[in-house]
Ligand binder design. Structure first.
Ligand SMILES: Cc1cc2nc3c(=O)[nH]c(=O)nc-3n(C[C@H](O)[C@H](O)[C@H](O)COP(=O)(O)OP(=O)(O)OC[C@H]3O[C@@H](n4cnc5c(N)ncnc54)[C@H](O)[C@@H]3O)c2cc1C
Length: 637
């Protein structure tokens, strides 16, 4: 597997401009001769489809929901970063670049992150022009708030529903192109394979989730914008439908999978409340702008929060990380919460929770101001827990939330399969080993509106139209494999539901490849996962048929992929003998329990190559060069 990142030469500030100039262009009249297949209509896929169609390409867009607008991006709460420096508090493109590389624990590619910071400002202008109702100051200027890992306020937001509002802007842009006839959106179509012919991605195989029809689609380039895989843990803050199938199938067709073990556990989820629970709910990081995190100073303190006097409370984030306090980055805050609970200071059922308290903010700002900022989040919390956070502190606990790992892409966002591009959360992205809050929306929209539309033109101009159509034997072969797999899932005739296997897998992953990992635990997981997989393929029960709307069948296919992918994650975590960002190997920690990196041996992206079912995948490295920033020990103290 060749890993040529294609990072342009020259000073970092000029790389992207120079690269854009060097990229080949396609004459506007010729663009309509190219068909691009875009899987995913979230903020990454939706913006890419709209922007490419606006340029003149023919676009076929696919999603498994019943509307493009229902992509998981709609759930994003807290905001989107940009280096506008509207607060005049010292922000700059360089600072956003620095914060993001440092936040990711120096495991991201400098050139990509710099470009991300550069285009961040254009995203805000674009979204404002679309009518996205970002919060504003009294005088009408756009407001900002702070997110973790930054000492400036650079997060643009629309209450706690930023993703929804950005999606509305993006969806309008997409629909404009649908009306213009340049985008066709195919809803309820699940991509089950990428077709590769003569070493180039030339199409897709999808299954219509309503009728069960399996279809072939050919195109000159393929884009995957299929989101992240946090649901490998079963319980996560992601929408229930989020899965790894698209990227995992592409992996099996030759796309390198980078850093699968880099997952983010978010510090402010609502704690799990029972065994039968099907998902976790996020309380946005924005709440840490005003909420203060604490636990009782006395382990096992049985008193209600309101009965514990100030002097007997430990505001541990403010104590341990005085510079960043409650806005310490997610990996750091999550681990601190876990340590508190492991040491017996946790609150609520089973002691698996810490308080997020707004009493001080309400006293300082008044209840109305707090309601203005976070009203919908407070309402959501009250609906789920029955507690009123205006009166009692929220209880929170870390929850799987985001995946920094994904398909490896070069600077042009192309995977190791020529023609197969990957954007948004689905690629291994710019966040290294830990994403800072409000940076996923920034990256998804940067990829979709501002990077891919240029770089894909260069690829198409050089590669020319795909020389094959759906009659090519590669389509027949991929379609045959998809049909055989669906039949296999339906034919097992066992007793257990897909969910029951998913829950079992999720527990193994959370306990052994979650917030803390050890060699012994990962080795155990690698022994346990194949057993669950074996049980799955002999005792799964999928009711109904493949010719009807059958959500059990959908789930079964996704769980089957998680059951293989989980092994890749554990293998990746086992080989990375260091701690960095969200990847915390207990063997590699400082005396104070912080992550200890090993730059001499692991300053690289680990890229896995599929070598065949039942075969050990191969591990390749993309060495990371730090020419502008000096990798240092990350400190938020
Ligand atoms: C609760 C929550 C709050 C968040 N808040 C923020 C925030 O405030 N700020 C921030 O920056 N980030 C936030 N994030 C992260 C951010 O929302 C996501 O990383 C981002 O929206 C992902 O966008 P995407 O376009 O890459 O993928 P998604 O929005 O997940 O879209 C994936 C698309 O791919 C399609 N798809 C997937 N697989 C297939 C398949 N096999 N066949 C066909 N279609 C397929 C889906 O139908 C969907 O259209 C939050 C995440 C969560 C869970």
């Amino acid at each position: 597997m060749q890993l040529d990142a294609k990072i342009p030469s020259g000073p970092i500030e000029q790389k992207w401009d120079q690269h854009r100039f060097d990229l080949k262009l396609i004459n506007p009249a010729n663009k309509r001769k190219y068909r691009v297949l875009v899987v995913g209509t979230g903020l990454a896929g939706g913006s890419a489809a709209a922007a490419m169609a606006e340029l003149g390409y023919e676009v076929e867009a696919f999603c498994f929901q019943d509307s493009a607008r229902r992509a998981h991006s709609i759930s994003a709460q807290g905001g989107i970063n940009a280096a506008k420096n509207y607060q005049n508090d010292g922000d700059s493109i360089w600072r956003l670049f620095y914060d993001t590389v440092k936040g990711g624990d120096f495991r991201a590619r400098e050139a990509n992150v710099y470009r991300l910071a550069q285009v961040s400002n254009a995203i805000i202008d674009q979204c404002v022009a679309q009518g996205v109702p970002f919060a504003r100051e009294y005088g009408g200027t756009l407001a900002n708030r702070s997110f973790g890992g930054a000492q400036v306020s650079r997060t643009f937001y629309a209450r706690g529903q930023t993703g929804q509002q950005l999606m509305l802007g993006c969806y309008q842009a997409l629909q404009r192109q649908v009306s213009a006839g340049r985008v066709r959106v195919h809803v309820r179509q699940e991509m089950l394979d990428v077709v590769v012919a003569d070493g180039r991605a030339v199409g897709l195989i999808t299954r219509d989730l309503v009728s069960g029809a399996v279809q072939r689609w050919s195109g000159d380039a393929v884009v995957l914008a299929t989101g992240g895989y946090s649901n490998v843990f079963f319980l996560s803050t992601n929408a229930k439908g989020c899965n790894v199938t698209a990227t995992f199938r592409a992996w099996k067709r030759g796309a390198g999978f980078a850093n699968p073990c880099f997952t983010q556990i978010h510090p402010t989820g609502i704690p799990q409340h029972g065994e039968g629970q099907s998902k976790l709910t996020l309380m946005s990081e924005s709440l840490r702008n005003d909420g203060r995190v604490w636990v009782p100073k006395k382990a096992g303190d049985p008193r209600a929060a309101g009965d514990i006097p100030e002097a007997e409370r430990d505001y541990y984030l403010e104590r341990i990380y005085p510079s960043f306090g409650n806005l310490a980055p997610r990996d750091v805050s999550s681990r601190a919460a876990k340590r508190m609970c492991d040491d017996g200071f946790g609150v609520g059922p089973g002691g698996r929770g810490v308080y997020l308290d707004f009493a001080e903010a309400i006293g300082r700002l008044g209840e109305d101001a707090v309601r203005d900022r976070y009203g919908n989040l407070f309402q959501m919390y009250e609906k789920i827990t029955g507690d009123d956070p205006y009166k009692v502190p929220m209880r929170i606990y870390p929850a799987p939330h985001y995946t920094m790992g994904g398909l490896w892409v070069d600077y042009n966002l192309m995977s190791t399969v020529p023609g197969l591009h990957v954007i948004g959360e689905a690629n291994f992205s710019d966040h290294g080993a830990n994403r800072l809050g409000a940076s996923a929306l920034m990256q998804g929209l940067a990829d979709g509106y501002y990077v891919l539309p240029y770089t894909i033109g260069d690829w198409l101009a050089k590669a020319g139209p795909a020389p094959v159509d759906t009659d090519h034997p590669a389509f027949a072969e991929a379609e045959g494999e998809v049909r055989a797999r669906v039949d296999k899932l339906l034919g097992i005739g066992g007793k257990r539901s897909a969910d029951s296997f998913h829950i079992e897998l999720g527990k193994v992953m959370w306990n052994k490849c979650g917030m803390a990992r050890t060699k012994a635990g990962l080795e155990e997981a690698l022994r346990e996962i194949p057993k669950i997989r074996e049980a799955f393929w002999s005792d799964l029960r999928v009711p109904g048929s493949g010719e009807q709307f059958n959500q059990e069948l959908e789930k079964a296919g996704r769980v089957a992929d998680f059951l293989e992918f989980a092994e890749l994650m554990c293998r990746d975590a086992l080989t990375r003998e260091e701690s960095c960002g969200g990847h915390f190997r207990e063997e590699h920690q400082s005396d104070e329990g912080e992550a200890r990196r090993d730059d001499a041996n692991f300053a690289h992206g680990a890229v896995w190559e599929y070598t065949g079912d039942g075969q050990e995948p191969l591990r390749h490295k993309e060495e990371l060069q730090f020419e502008n920033l000096e990798p240092s020990t990350r400190s938020y103290k």
